[in-house]
Design a binder for this molecule. Structure first.
Ligand code: AMP
Length: 481
């Protein structure tokens, strides 16, 4: 059996204590210093009564100290839940209600409506205690819940996807990495981690970077770490981003030329990337684009590699990972995999809606082609009902973005007095504008009458949620709705 998280990361740090593990703004932090931080935090957490099975909420900015707190809580065998930035009172209160025994805070988060008995642990206090030098032991148990990953929906209450230690640790088991992942990680010499550690993508690649001997670069208060000049200055070799951010980066490269020759891997995910965007990115940055398809509930499902893309495969989300079984049921993607959650923590009803007989309903619509590539065509939870017709936003987006003048397209529904709902589209041009008449004709040729957008708005920048995904409610406000 593979070693449980965080053992592989701790071992990698211990193997070379003098190497630089983190650069945080101007601060340089060696692997040995990170281990020292983990020891201090572990001792403080123990003193606060935390042990295997305790629930620990982490409400912190993205810092090396916060990462050390993640490592410490996992080493103790706690159930670790990182709160997402941007939550309001209801989301925070809901997450605190999920049997959290303690909350680690660095004071940067929202007001915490603590419940009775919940301990507040100040990260700064824990980091400033004395290091007792005691060895760090990993107390996690394979079948216990190690991690709660909150879904990134911009509305409603977040759901907490619960993963066992066994499932959570798999991402760090180098012996189980498919060759493509090993090849990808070779480019992680200097990895930019700029988003919340509540994002599974950020958290996972951070740990993998350390395991692979790389340095994690964390911006310290830089509001715009993805600007070309910052990437050049920090000699970033790898980072992760959703497609709207890549689009923005490519746009800025035109006006702010920079030498991004250090970049060896950009991992996209979280939202659909149009073939046009992928082709443009490869043209400008070289064959360094990767795409991962996954979700909080399922974990990683498929990957599309630069080799696939060089072979012209730009419309798929990749081949399912070796350990992931995919079954298409009535057009919907179901998966069974060792990475997936055991259920939504404390929510058996919602769990029952997506888990059946060991299989998980991703609620994404798609198909597998003859070569084994998985294609996504929509989301069952992103539909617009026009008259009596169910229109998948994803299918309309793909049709619009297949027009050569469109780099990315997003559609959403809004109430309509005639048809109940109507489709509204927002398109990002490849050049300075789109040929509107040609795009309308293209839409009518490729879509059913109901799915043809009622309006098409040209936008140059896509508003994004705090998780970096397209923010569809914010797009609708552009129409004054
Ligand atoms: P989350 O659990 O918040 O990460 O959201 C997962 C959802 O994002 C998936 O179910 C997909 O609908 C979407 N998604 C994730 N990765 C991709 C991708 N590479 N291409 C298209 N959609 C994606």
């Amino acid at each position: 059996m593979s070693r449980l998280f965080p053992a592989p990361v701790l071992d990698a740090l211990a193997a070379a204590p003098d190497r630089v593990a983190f650069e945080h703004g101007p601060r340089v932090i060696t692997a040995g210093r990170v281990l020292s931080a983990v020891r201090r935090i572990t001792a403080a957490m123990k003193e606060a009564g935390l042990s295997r099975g305790s629930g620990v909420a982490l409400v912190t900015a993205t810092t090396p100290g916060a990462y050390a707190a993640h490592l410490a809580a996992h080493a103790l065998g706690c159930r670790v839940a990182a709160f997402r930035p941007g939550w309001g009172e209801p989301q925070t209160a809901h997450a605190l209600s999920l049997r959290m025994d303690a909350v680690v805070s660095d004071g940067t988060g929202p007001e915490l409506p603590l419940r009775r008995g919940q301990r507040l642990l100040a990260l700064g206090d824990m980091l400033s205690r004395k290091d007792d030098g005691a060895p760090i032991t990993v107390n996690a148990r394979a079948d216990s819940i190690a991690r709660l990953t909150f879904t990134s929906g911009s509305t409603g209450l977040p759901k907490a996807c619960a993963q066992t230690s066994r499932a959570y640790g798999l991402a760090y088991d180098t012996s189980a990495w498919p060759p493509a992942l090993t090849a990808l990680m070779a480019g992680f010499e200097r990895c930019l981690v700029y988003e919340s550690l509540a994002s599974p993508v950020m958290m996972t690649y951070l740990g993998r970077c350390l395991i692979s001997g790389g340095t994690v670069v964390m911006p310290d208060g830089d509001p715009d770490p993805l600007r070309p000049a910052a990437l050049e200055r920090d000699r970033i070799t790898a980072t992760m981003m959703p497609p709207p951010r890549l689009h923005r980066l490519l746009g800025r490269l035109k006006d702010e030329p920079a030498d991004l020759g250090s970049l060896r891997a950009l991992v996209l995910g979280g939202a659909p990337a149009s073939p046009t965007l992928l082709a443009t990115a490869i043209d400008r940055l070289g064959p360094i684009i990767w795409q991962g398809y996954g979700q909080g509930e399922a974990g990683i499902i498929a990957m599309l590699t630069p080799i696939d893309m060089s072979a012209g495969i730009l419309g798929a989300v990749g081949r399912p990972l070796p350990a992931v079984e995919v079954s298409i049921r009535e057009g919907v993607i179901w998966v069974r995999s060792p990475h997936m959650m055991t259920g939504y923590w404390g929510d058996p009803m919602r769990t029952g809606e997506v888990l059946h007989d060991g299989w998980l309903n991703t609620r994404d619509v798609g198909h597998l082609d003859d070569a084994g590539y998985l294609h996504l065509t929509g989301r069952t939870r992103d539909i617009i009902i026009v008259g009596a017709e169910v229109c998948y936003a994803g299918a309309i987006e793909r049709a619009l973005s297949s027009h050569p003048s469109v780099a990315q397209a997003y559609v959403t529904g809004a109430p309509d007095p005639e048809t109940g709902e109507a489709v509204h589209a927002f398109v990002v041009p490849t050049g300075s504008d789109v040929d509107r008449d040609a795009l309308w004709a293209h839409a009518r040729d490729h879509l059913s009458a109901a799915a043809v957008p009622r309006t098409i708005t040209v936008v140059h920048d896509i508003p994004t949620t705090s998780a970096g995904k397209p923010d569809k409610p914010a797009l609708l406000t552009l129409l004054g709705r």
